[in-house]
Design a protein around this ligand. Structure first.
Ligand SMILES: NC(=O)c1ccc[n+]([C@@H]2O[C@H](COP(=O)([O-])OP(=O)(O)OC[C@H]3O[C@@H](n4cnc5c(N)ncnc54)[C@H](O)[C@@H]3O)[C@@H](O)[C@H]2O)c1
Length: 311
């Protein structure tokens, strides 16, 4: 297939490029590098089946030109804001980068008759709840602008799928970790400890407890869902049942860096406004489809730390 990957120079998108190229697809990446990095895809530039276009998806005329030129069979839409705290300070960030990018992609898919869409969604759409999160859990009340931008995207994707007959796969990721990450708790802890090896300041009380998934497991799960689920609209939680507390991550990072740093907690049950301190996926739907994560949450965190430290 000829595939467009939006956000393909980002952390997850670049791993998806690697995996889809192995499956012999032709890939076009559109990314404006606002959060992504050219280094993530530099090993692919020059390949005949790979093209990188540095462009802002919010630039609608340019996006139309790209769709017109390429006749895509499928779009993997991953471009979004990944800095959730920044999105909390300025609501325009998620309105534009998380929602409007999706809307522009949908308009172009309709105009140029592209009939297959994958969308990278998130646990953040569920908001703050201690319930076991099934795919039909509701009401959906996100507590971050990022979660709202993703939920609004899902709503329009569902409507476009029904109205214009676009086969769609939505997977809701947990926290994803591994090579090439540029944000998130492990990335932050390593940078803080490089700046001050004696003390690690942790936002919140360290009890935040969430599933972490290794990026290569995630990519395998995405491809499995897209290749296996064949309804018009396919919505799946993607993750593992196991979870890791922030204080466990802090200890692992300190240990892997060979330090004896003390940990200081800023207090409160969450890292920042909009952070969801705890959540738990029900994964029976994806398990029944035939996929489960190979690597548990603690091991995913450990691998990600080691890779980030070049071990
Ligand atoms: N990393 C996680 O833990 C996680 C969890 C849940 C969902 N997701 C979703 O997965 C996707 C990929 O996330 P990631 O962690 O790789 O983040 P990332 O920031 O590394 O990747 C996002 C990419 O989108 C690009 N982008 C943003 N706005 C753009 C625009 N207007 N035009 C063109 N490109 C634009 C950025 O430059 C970046 O390369 C996102 O949709 C994110 O919401 C990620």
């Amino acid at each position: 297939m000829k595939i467009l990957i939006t956000g393909g120079a980002g952390f997850i998108g670049s791993h998806l490029c690697d995996a889809l190229l192995i499956e012999n697809h032709k890939i076009v990446v559109v990314d404006n590098l606002i959060l992504g990095r050219i280094e993530n895809i530099s090993h692919l530039i020059g390949l005949e089946s790979f093209q990188f276009i540095e462009e802002d998806i919010l630039n609608f005329d340019k996006l139309q030109g790209i769709f017109k030129e390429h006749s895509f069979d499928m779009v993997y839409h991953l471009a979004a804001n990944s800095d959730i705290q920044k999105g909390g300070k300025d609501p325009e960030v998620d309105y534009n980068l998380t929602f409007n990018t999706t809307f522009n992609i949908l308009l172009c898919m309709k105009e140029f008759d592209v009939k297959k869409l994958f969308f990278a969604s998130t646990s953040a759409i569920y908001g703050e709840t201690l319930e076991n999160l099934t795919e039909d859990f509701g009401p959906l009340q996100p507590v971050s602008n990022y979660g709202a931008g993703k939920l609004a995207s899902e709503a329009f994707i569902s409507a476009f799928s029904a109205t214009y007959n676009i086969q769609t796969w939505i997977t809701r990721f947990p926290n994803v970790v591994g090579e090439r990450f540029t944000h998130g708790v492990i990335f932050d802890f390593i940078n803080k400890l490089k700046a001050n090896p004696h003390e690690l300041i942790v936002l919140g009380n360290g009890e935040q407890n969430k599933p972490y998934l290794y990026v290569k497991d995630l990519i395998e799960g995405i491809l499995y869902v897209c290749n296996t689920a064949q309804d018009r609209l396919n919505v799946y939680n993607l993750g593992s049942y196991t979870r890791t507390k922030v204080k466990e991550i802090a200890l692992m990072v300190i240990e892997e860096m060979g330090l004896k740093a003390t940990i200081k907690y800023t207090g409160g049950d969450r890292g920042w406004v909009g952070d969801v301190p705890e959540f738990k996926y029900d994964l029976s739907k994806i398990n029944q489809l035939g996929w489960e994560a190979k690597i548990n949450s603690n091991d995913s965190v450990r691998i990600a730390i080691q890779k980030a430290l070049g071990k």
